[in-house]
Design a protein around this ligand. Structure first.
Ligand SMILES: Nc1ncnc2c1ncn2[C@@H]1O[C@H](COP(=O)(O)OP(=O)(O)OP(=O)(O)O)[C@@H](O)[C@H]1O
Ligand SMILES: [Mg+2]
Length: 144
């Protein structure tokens, strides 16, 4: 799955890819989702959450920056973070993201990770989304 480029032709397909990727994750992991507005980051996160066993719908946290969900099976918390509206590193510290990233029992998925600067953990798994046309997106998984 890693270091691989996939062309998906629907939101459903993107979610299925994410669902499979979820099985490679364990507590303590951080995933950075890079890509423009509408490139599929939240759609991917919805599939990821499903793969992690979260049954209630994942909505975009754009207006509230961060949402957390309890993962019963992995005895962990899943954090979905959207930094689009944050201004600076003080904002990011303000929501407590720096300490969440140190938690051993958290899986953290971050949209607009560029906003973190050097606060992003070194071992972060980076995924890049590219808008091709109305129904196609390119997803690239990068090795650490
Ligand atoms: N192949 C595809 N993969 C993912 N989404 C797709 C695809 N084709 C169409 N879409 C649509 O594109 C939109 C992607 O929106 P989404 O909210 O996931 O983007 P985003 O990257 O999170 O944007 P933002 O930066 O605004 O948060 C959705 O409306 C989705 O249905
Ligand atoms: Mg989004």
């Amino acid at each position: 799955m890693k270091n691989e480029e996939i062309l998906t032709s629907s939101a459903d397909e993107t979610q299925k890819i994410a669902e499979n990727f979820a099985f490679t994750l364990s507590a303590g992991d951080c995933v950075a989702l890079h890509g423009d507005l509408g490139s599929g980051k939240t759609t991917f996160t919805q599939g990821l959450a499903k793969g992690l066993g979260i049954s209630h719908p994942i909505t975009s946290p754009t207006f509230i920056i961060m949402r957390s969900y309890l993962l019963k099976e992995k005895k962990a918390l899943f954090y979905h973070v959207d930094l689009y509206r944050t201004q600076d590193e003080a904002d990011i510290k303000g929501i407590g993201l720096d300490s969440i990233l140190k938690e051993k029992n958290a899986i953290v998925v971050i949209e607009w990770p560029e906003k973190m600067g050097n606060m992003l953990p070194l071992e972060t798994k980076h995924i890049y989304f590219e808008f091709m046309n109305d129904s196609e997106r390119k997803i690239r998984f990068e090795n650490n």
